[in-house]
Design a protein around this ligand. Structure first.
Ligand code: OVM
Length: 399
């Protein structure tokens, strides 16, 4: 005899990848949180968690909630991955620890300290040019060139054709969500773009003192193989530019939207780190990620079957009133303990201290140099399925 447990799951037809949801996800997050701790999204046959507590619980429990099913909507236990899976994102312990340790090593505090003057010089040059222009489209004229310069510089990449990294980023983060026309269009160049990225993961194209060289040095030391070194460079090139471009762009928009907060920054540019930290909670590039169950589990009273996908809404966790006081207020002096915007646990963003450094340098320079900041037209979102960011942010700024 078999016992069939009645599955009284909470079902919703909400589509977190729809243009309507994505245009302003925050009221939709609140709606999902009101539905319950674990919701079944019937459109995609996936589960979804949206409260800070469950998001953290899922991300902390890697034994049940695996990364081997892939970082996006595609379930690698059932469907072939679009590229060779990442050896840091798409793996569980014990393999994960070894590769993660190598990236942790190259992204050490002294390594970041050495990058800072270069970041400052680029930020100063870009912000001076923006001030000279007076009115700019801030995404393409100011924000995008910052990570797209400092990050490949840090990796040790040659200066040519770096915009191809953005095409690859679109392919990587596009594959996190359901396929769209935008994604199909982008994938028409997939072969040439992937070949370019592949070539730039090779040791001989990377400078002798960058992050890339550090990863290959770990291979020389026997911590990983040389083939793994190449794939870890690929992880840097995959996740390193779109994420920070989008996060800095959204943080900048938040400052334009909240003039009182911008005024605080101009009075005390040392609040720059707070600007970026708060923006990472309030509105930033990484709103969601996925886990896949390795076995049947129970989560907040809901039974979840083996090899089922769970959408983990970290953007919603950042607005959960059970965790944050006045979560919808952008407050650069907020004391953030338990930041969830970089994920959590063993897969929490490995380069988060580098991202923070980029944000801090950018907004400190802005606070030091810019006296006024206003919208000069409507901002527009860019619709990469796996990321949130701006395509356009017209602003006017003065000294
Ligand atoms: C990787 C990778 C790609 C995209 C995102 C990511 C958020 C990692 O190739 O390892 O982490």
């Amino acid at each position: 005899m078999t016992t069939v447990l009645t599955d009284r799951r909470i079902v919703s037809d909400i589509d977190p990848f729809s243009p309507e949801f994505r245009a302003d996800p925050f009221p939709h997050y609140a709606q999902l949180r009101d539905l319950g701790p674990v919701v079944w999204l019937e459109k995609y046959d996936i589960w979804c968690v949206q409260h800070y507590a469950q998001v953290k619980a899922v991300l902390s429990d890697w034994e049940n909630f695996s990364n081997a099913g892939g970082g996006g909507l595609t379930n690698y236990f059932k469907t072939k991955p679009w590229r060779r899976p990442s050896i840091i994102l798409d793996v569980d312990p014990p393999e994960h620890g070894r590769t993660r340790k190598v990236l942790m090593g190259v992204l050490s505090a002294p390594a970041l300290k050495a990058m800072k003057p270069g970041f400052e010089a680029v930020a100063a040059r870009l912000i001076d040019a923006a001030l000279d222009a007076g009115t700019i489209e801030a995404v393409n004229d100011l924000v995008l060139p910052f990570p797209l310069t400092v990050f490949p510089d840090a990796v040790g990449m040659p200066p040519l054709d770096r915009h191809i990294m953005l095409k690859y980023g679109g392919m990587v983060f596009g594959a996190f969500g359901p396929t769209t026309d935008w994604y199909h269009e982008l994938m028409r160049d997939a072969e040439t773009v992937s070949a370019w990225i592949d070539a730039h993961c090779e040791r001989d194209v990377l400078g002798a003192d960058g992050l890339g060289a550090g990863i290959y040095a770990a291979a020389d030391a026997g911590d990983i193989t040389h083939e793994e070194a190449k794939l870890l460079v690929r992880s840097l090139l995959s996740a390193g530019v779109d994420t920070t471009i989008d996060s800095i762009g959204l943080a900048l928009r938040a400052l334009v939207d909240f003039p009182d907060q911008f005024a605080l920054l101009t009075e005390d540019p040392a609040l720059a780190r707070g600007v970026f930290e708060e923006a990472t909670r309030y509105d930033s590039s990484s709103q969601s990620l996925f886990r896949t169950t390795l076995r049947e589990v129970e989560l907040a009273g809901q039974r979840i079957g083996k090899h089922e996908k769970i959408l983990v809404l970290i953007g919603s966790a950042g607005r959960d009133p059970a965790k944050w006081e006045e979560p919808d207020r952008f407050d650069i002096r907020r004391k953030i303990v338990g930041q969830i915007g970089y994920g959590w646990g063993i897969h929490g963003c490995v380069a988060q201290m580098m991202a923070r450094l980029e944000g801090e340098v950018f907004f400190r320079t802005l606070g030091e140099k810019v006296g006024s900041l206003e919208h000069a037209g409507p901002s527009e979102l860019r619709l990469v399925p796996g990321l949130r960011g701006l395509a356009r942010l017209p602003i006017a700024l003065t000294r």
